[in-house]
Design a protein around this ligand. Structure first.
Ligand code: SAH
Length: 283
């Protein structure tokens, strides 16, 4: 896969793309990432990349010309029409707070492409003609406003790379991962101890088994894979219920899941009943 990043701050990417999965993918030639300085595509003495907004208002807006010219300097980018067709293997993405929110499903979709171009906005944003006539889609990395698209662009190669190597982490949905999920449900292979299917990931522990009196859950050390699988499923459900109850509405729950959820809810009710009693006891 080839990824091109268009930015007015090329130095920003020194670092974020040099570690972990992305670094290994670059080193082995699986991914080629090129950073392009938009100022190199300006024609005036001051290398101007921004200008005041038409209609007035605060701040500056990134000009369209350098972005168009930069994209046009690539000789292997297909026409926008081809890129927008269902079998497209390329995508030109404008990072934008107004875009489709990046999630594991979109990362999975992007991981099937051969070529991704990421356009990073700055200031008040990018001249709208980029989104209307040059970019194929707008992508947001979350419901907050960043000061630039660079952070978003740095996130995408990691999410896409992880997608390829990730099978059971948080958010991995059965709809996109049905093969793996079913294989795991059927108990094939060593990773069959848990299927997170659209839930948050279960908790992980490593040695020491007892760290300053904080013990690793007993069940993880008894080697009983059925119990471990059930514990992981339960804790994944628990965490999802606590931090992201919205995900539970979308996921298909098995009979076992429903039982586990009932247990979790019953425990919560019990805990709530114990707490005031303890406080009273102390008084
Ligand atoms: N006025 C714009 C924000 C501009 S922020 C608005 O209210 O939507 C400047 C640039 O930061 C944007 O052009 C975009 O490239 C980037 N950016 C800001 N928030 C982002 C987000 N949540 N995801 C991806 N890119 C973002």
């Amino acid at each position: 896969m080839k990824i091109d990043i268009l930015t007015i701050f090329p130095d920003f990417f020194r670092g974020p793309l040099d570690y972990g999965i992305v670094r290994r993918a670059r080193e082995t030639g699986l991914v080629e990432i090129n950073i392009h300085d938009l100022r190199a595509f300006t024609k005036d003495k001051h290398r101007t990349v921004d200008d005041r907004p038409f209609g007035g208002g605060e701040g500056m807006v990134l000009k369209p010309e350098p972005i168009f010219e930069c994209l046009e300097s690539f000789d292997d980018v297909e026409s926008r029409k081809v890129r927008l067709s269902p079998s497209a293997k390329q995508s030109v993405i404008l990072l934008s707070a107004q875009g489709r929110r990046l999630d594991q499903m979109l990362a999975a979709e992007l991981s099937t492409l051969d070529r991704i171009v990421l356009i990073c906005g700055r200031y008040e944003g990018v001249d709208e003609r980029i989104s209307e006539h040059l970019a194929d889609r707008e992508v947001s990395i979350g419901d907050y406003v960043l000061s630039g698209g660079e952070l978003g662009a740095a996130v995408i190669p990691g999410a896409v790379g992880n997608q390829a190597s990730t099978r059971r982490e948080s958010f991995t949905d059965m709809r996109t991962e049905s093969f793996t999920a079913n294989a795991e449900l059927a108990g094939d292979g060593p990773s069959s101890t848990c299927v997170s299917g659209g839930l948050l990931d279960y908790p992980h522990y490593t040695r020491p088994a007892d760290f300053r009196g904080m013990a690793v859950p007993e069940v993880l050390m008894n080697g009983n894979h059925d119990q471990i699988r059930s514990w992981r499923r339960k804790t994944a459900l628990e965490k999802t219920l606590r931090n992201r109850p919205d995900l539970l509405e979308r996921v298909v729950l098995s009979t076992e899941d429903k039982e586990l959820l009932n247990q979790i809810k019953l425990n919560q009710i019990k805990l709530e009943q114990i707490k005031p009693a303890q406080i009273n006891g102390k008084n």
